[in-house]
Write a protein that binds this ligand. Structure first.
Ligand code: TA6
Length: 329
């Protein structure tokens, strides 16, 4: 079974703005969309779209729970959240204007989980996670949820023999690293923050990725937005070049990428196949204005444009360039 854990669930309100967004101006809304937010939930949406069994869990506020759960269940996601009374699902504002220069995201902090809610989630994972299950922790934990609280949940998964996938940032990512997760997927900014220095060349990233692999993390993935990703596995580092597309909303691309990787690896695909699919899926998401939509048909077409290069750590030249010629079955 695959579990996705979203500790700070969100409802995204996507505002389409007429013209270019400017300060000190009345920026007029010409359209509104609602979608799922929170990151782990996006992974579940990908898995369910591929008919891969999964359970979406984490914390959800009683207020707006129905709207939140409906959005997930309408797309076939099996939900098992800890519902907290006197709490409201936070809202994320995603502003899109006509420039196509990317979204502006404004996120509320979200409610603070009570000790009782944390214990209920811990109990859920402790009782349900079996050896070999995948457990994806994606998104930033809410205020008041400490790195120690985070560690306890991750430790519980490891003790049950679960495969830990972590997509988070700051002290939570540093906490996760100490537990040798199976797969991490920070973006370039989160990765640089974690290693504590600015990385400006692929060679510099490669060195840090190799270090983390040597410390026991099976998959070290650094997402680079529309430029693709750098991926370390089994001592090798790959540079993945994403297909060029006309992006309409970059929100959720990284989360959909994680969903694609987990979907493929959990079905025993080889890494390059998984990277081709996940990168194309993420590119497809970018062409949609919502936070979580993508097209599997468009993904199959985009896969053919994904390029994967294996980098040699010593001279860091491009040793093999592979395009994903075969489309995803
Ligand atoms: O990555 C996209 C997204 O999940 C949005 O849907 C929005 O909800 C935001 O990120 C939440 O990010 P956070 O790091 O606060 O969990």
């Amino acid at each position: 079974m695959i579990y996705t854990v979203t500790l700070n669930t969100a409802l995204d309100r996507i505002l389409h703005i007429k013209g270019k967004i400017e300060r000190k101006k009345n920026n007029r809304v010409c359209g509104i969309q609602y979608d799922i937010g929170g990151k782990g939930t996006h992974v579940s949406l990908v898995l369910s779209a591929l008919k891969i069994p999964n359970i979406a869990t984490g914390f959800v506020g009683k207020n707006k729970k129905d709207q939140f759960i409906q959005l997930l269940e309408r797309k076939g996601v099996n939900c098992d959240f800890v519902v907290q009374n006197n709490a409201t699902v936070r809202e994320t504002l995603v502003l899109l204007d006509s420039t196509g220069e990317g979204s502006l995201m404004i996120t509320e902090p979200g409610f603070q989980p009570t000790i009782e809610s944390i214990q209920r989630l811990h109990q859920k994972l402790s009782q349900q996670v079996q050896p070999g299950d995948w457990v994806v922790f994606a998104g930033s934990p809410p205020e008041g949820f400490s790195p120690d609280d985070y560690r306890e949940l991750l430790q519980c998964v490891k003790e049950n023999g679960g495969r830990l996938v972590v997509d988070t940032s700051g002290p939570y990512l540093e906490t996760a690293i100490q537990l040798r997760p199976y797969l991490i997927k920070p973006n370039e900014y989160e990765f640089q923050q974690m290693v504590g220095r600015t990385l400006s060349t692929v060679e510099e990233y490669t060195g840090e990725i190799e270090q983390l692999m040597a410390e026991g993390i099976k998959y070290v993935i650094v997402s680079l937005g529309e430029r693709g990703s750098l991926v370390g596995h089994n001592g090798e580092v790959f540079q993945v070049i994403a297909p060029s597309i006309e992006a309409r909303n970059d929100t959720g691309c990284g989360d959909v990428f994680v969903g694609g990787i987990v979907a493929m690896l959990s079905r025993k695909a080889d890494l390059e196949e998984a990277l081709c699919f996940a990168t194309a899926l993420s590119a497809s998401k970018a062409t949609h204005t919502s936070s979580s939509s993508f097209s599997l048909e468009q993904t199959r077409q985009l896969e053919k444009q994904v390029r994967i290069m294996r980098r040699e750590s010593v001279c860091c030249t491009l040793k093999s360039v592979k395009t994903c010629a075969k489309s995803q079955g």
